[in-house]
Design a protein around this ligand. Structure first.
Ligand code: EPU
Length: 423
């Protein structure tokens, strides 16, 4: 298996191109299940999760071809239709929870779907009860058996759905389902993440009638069919945020090419509070720092609050900033797996329930470390960039799920970082 080896101490300067957003690409691949014709997605990030989703679509019977431009075509002709399979098996769902995003489109278009229940994951229990509650409200019959959920409904009916919490993929599943339902659906307490807005935009390009995406109340007037389209995926705000922290911690000066400041307001506000200069520029966002960072407190919240997907990276920054930071993780109950690993590099972090107290001003030292989720692994790379000596980040497959060529991008701005074989 590969590992990433980082030699700390380099100042990062230059430009980093930001790839298409993983969490926008995954629902968009599933949205390609909705129209009768092919869809073309551009600016698709080259990630393990995207490859897993492409594999799932192929198992369902769709043809998926390409890399950064993906063409996705439905099964056609008698032979193709025989290949149609409305099931997401356990093997795939257990490696990637976002596989549940096929549920909404399959039920809406074909009247039924069978999806393995994801179960818990490294960062928390993460149930899908809200996805199912919404589909039930739209008239679907939901049966749980043998670890699978079977959902059936000849034609979904519009309904008012009040979500218990603004779940991102839950909202996306329901948007796709409601797009082809009969009548009006209203999703209350909807997720407001840019990726939800992106999906609504794409569905509208296909002919859906969705208003209010990006707010807590989304209205969908169901239509009978959707059209083939072509669309270029928005840049990844979490990738951009991760590199912004890298620049901040290394006294860097980096232009994040393509980054959209409007998707990153909570993150940039905290960077500025820590003493970092962040400027919108034509073509992206510049992040500049003199390396004098001050402690900031963070509470993760649904968008537009501070994103949970940036918590681990800010925690590393807090380790080297001046003063004490208090971090509260309010989205996932178990998202502190990076803490013991950072401790091995010399960090001083005390956890009590959902709160982490980080003593700043620490000198980190390189070590062999590993984490069991994507953003935690990214935070260990950030730690390695400022630690003295060599850091080895093991279990690189977590990083490859969500960061395209992270070592190449960091090397391009002066980091001493490489991928190597783990003996
Ligand atoms: N929740 C429920 N019931 C549900 C759905 C969610 O209790 O039916 C709870 C979850 O357990 C969690 C909270 O609601 O405590 C929010 O979870 P949400 O459903 O919003 O998360 P998600 O849709 O499974 C997406 C991203 C995650 C990101 C979260 C939060 C994708 C593919 N994944 O997950 O991304 O952390 O939203 O913003 O969009 C990552 O990229 O590293 C990642 C984990």
């Amino acid at each position: 298996m590969d590992k990433i080896v980082v030699e700390g101490g380099s100042r990062l300067t230059g430009r980093i191109p930001i790839s298409g957003a993983k969490n926008a690409a995954l629902p968009l691949l599933c949205a390609a299940l909705l129209p009768a014709g092919p869809s073309t997605w551009k600016n698709v990030p080259q990630l393990a999760d995207v490859r897993t989703m492409a594999k799932l679509l192929r198992m369902l019977g769709w043809e998926v071809e390409g890399t950064t431009t993906l063409n996705i075509a439905p099964p056609s002709g008698a032979k193709g239709k025989r290949k149609l399979k409305l099931e997401a098996p356990y093997d795939l769902v257990k490696t990637m929870r976002a596989s549940v995003l096929v549920l909404g489109p399959l039920v809406a278009r074909f009247g039924r779907a069978r999806v393995s229940l994801p179960g818990g994951c490294a960062i928390g229990a993460r149930p899908i009860d809200q996805h199912l509650k919404g589909l039930q409200a739209m008239g679907a019959k939901v049966t749980l058996e043998h670890g699978y959920v079977d959902v059936e409904c000849k034609r979904l009916q519009g309904a008012t759905i009040m979500l218990d919490m603004p779940t991102v993929t839950g909202c996306e599943n329901l948007l796709m389902a409601a797009a082809l339902a009969k009548g009006r659906t209203v999703i209350e307490n909807a997720a407001r993440e840019p990726e939800v807005e992106e999906l609504a935009l794409v569905l509208n390009k296909m002919g859906a009638k969705i208003t209010g995406a990006g707010t807590a109340n989304i209205t969908i007037e169901g239509v009978d069919e959707l059209q083939s389209i072509e669309h270029s995926i928005i840049p990844d705000r979490i990738e951009a945020g991760t590199f912004a922290v890298a620049a901040a911690m290394t006294k860097g000066d980096v232009l994040l090419e393509g980054a959209r400041p409007e998707h990153l307001e909570a993150v940039t506000a905290k960077l500025r509070a820590a003493g970092v200069t962040v400027q919108a520029e034509a073509g992206g966002m510049r992040v500049k720092s003199d390396g004098e960072l001050t402690a900031v407190d963070i509470v993760t919240q649904p968008h537009p609050g501070f994103p949970t997907d940036m918590q681990a990276q800010f925690m590393v920054m807090a380790c080297v900033a001046k003063g004490q930071s208090v971090i509260k993780e309010m989205i996932f109950e178990n998202r502190y797996m990076h803490v013991p690993e950072l401790g091995r590099m010399g960090a001083d972090i005390q956890i009590s329930g959902r709160t982490a107290i980080v003593r700043g001003g620490m000198k980190l030292t390189g070590a062999s470390v590993m984490a069991t989720d994507l953003r935690a692994s990214a935070s260990l790379i950030l730690a390695g960039l400022v630690a003295s000596g060599k850091t080895e980040v093991l279990r690189v497959y977590h990083l490859d799920r969500g960061y395209e060529a992270i070592e190449k991008k960091l090397r391009g701005v002066g980091a001493k970082i490489k991928r190597a074989k783990d003996a």
